[in-house]
Design a binder for this molecule. Structure first.
Ligand SMILES: [Zn+2]
Length: 300
């Protein structure tokens, strides 16, 4: 219903050969056949598709953890309807964990509703998802770039049906500090770009704009942590800390790629500017065309 509405690249935008997929794109493919077709249609325009080991970590951490939870709860509650009832009514709506659970319940399991054997279908689709594990990330990409990030959480691997990315743990001895040192200049460029942004308007409910981005809370967090890590890279020894830099680490892993495919606006606009990438934006609306915002040439 949507693909015929997707616009092609504008004539004056020349797509590069390669594209880097951030976590949101891998997640979007799980939202049903229409989303998968839309993403894959875009990916078909590129000769080389890459992603990052930190993206794979996020996929495992966000999706496989949710899938495991729903599978356990489906078995416990006995039907998809009862699980939906639990998610909607029993969990505390103000908790961000509830929002995440509702969202992914909706994204992963909604397609099975109104089907006579909806519960069996839901169980089987979750099992398939868990069976593929993080291999799903490798399957659609030519390369999962690591670049020696040294993060113990991101570089651990196990059999494809396991998910070693559930939690950063407290004892994880992260060696991201060395990667940070090697790419200090780029991390600093990211910090400077963030520091140059205006603060968001007070009490604003409006969304970050592509044309004149402001400092989101997450961006401020990156800038602060990069500043602190420059003084003392040992700060990054815990994966709970490195996780706070996630999008910045992914951006640095994408260095060299001329395009970034993402659903994100708030942080990506700024990161793509620093990395001089074509920002390929998948809006959270199946009928909206995919957008191209070109930062490959710096603005004067
Ligand atoms: Zn780490």
């Amino acid at each position: 219903m949507s693909s015929e509405n997707s616009v092609e690249a504008l004539p004056d935008i020349k797509l590069p050969m390669e594209v880097f997929l951030d976590t949101s794109i891998h997640l979007a493919r799980l939202r049903g056949d229409d989303w998968e077709a839309k993403v894959d249609g875009e990916l078909a325009k590129f000769g080389f598709k890459g992603t990052g080991s930190y993206v794979k970590l996020e996929y495992g951490n966000q999706i496989l953890t949710q899938a495991k939870y729903y599978l356990k709860e489906l078995k416990r509650r006995g039907s998809l309807e009862k699980l939906a009832d639990h998610i909607n009514n029993n969990l505390i709506p103000t908790l961000s964990d509830h929002r995440r659970k509702s969202l992914w319940f909706f994204n992963l399991l909604r397609r099975h509703f109104n089907h006579p054997d909806d519960t069996e279908r839901a169980v089987s689709s979750l099992r398939v998802l868990l069976h593929h594990g993080t291999a799903a990330v490798n399957d659609i990409c030519d390369d999962v770039h690591d670049g020696g990030i040294g993060c113990n959480w991101a570089t651990q691997d196990g059999p494809k049906w396991t998910n070693p990315y559930v939690s950063p743990g407290t004892k994880a001895n992260c060696s991201l500090g060395q990667f940070f040192d090697e790419h200090r200049e780029l991390f600093l460029k990211i910090k400077v770009a963030i520091d140059d942004l205006p603060d968001p308007p007070p009490k604003t409910r409006s969304r970050q704009s592509l044309e004149s981005p402001w400092k989101t809370e997450q961006l401020s967090g990156f800038a602060d942590l990069i500043g602190l890590a420059c003084e003392d890279p040992t700060l990054l020894r815990k994966c709970k800390t490195c996780a706070c830099l996630a999008d910045a680490i992914i951006a640095v892993q994408s260095d060299g790629y001329k395009s970034m495919f993402t659903m994100d606006i708030g942080e990506s606009t700024v990161l793509c500017r620093v990395l001089r990438q074509l920002h390929i934006l998948l809006r959270n609306d199946l009928d909206a065309p995919i957008e191209y915002h070109d930062y490959r040439v710096p603005s004067p």
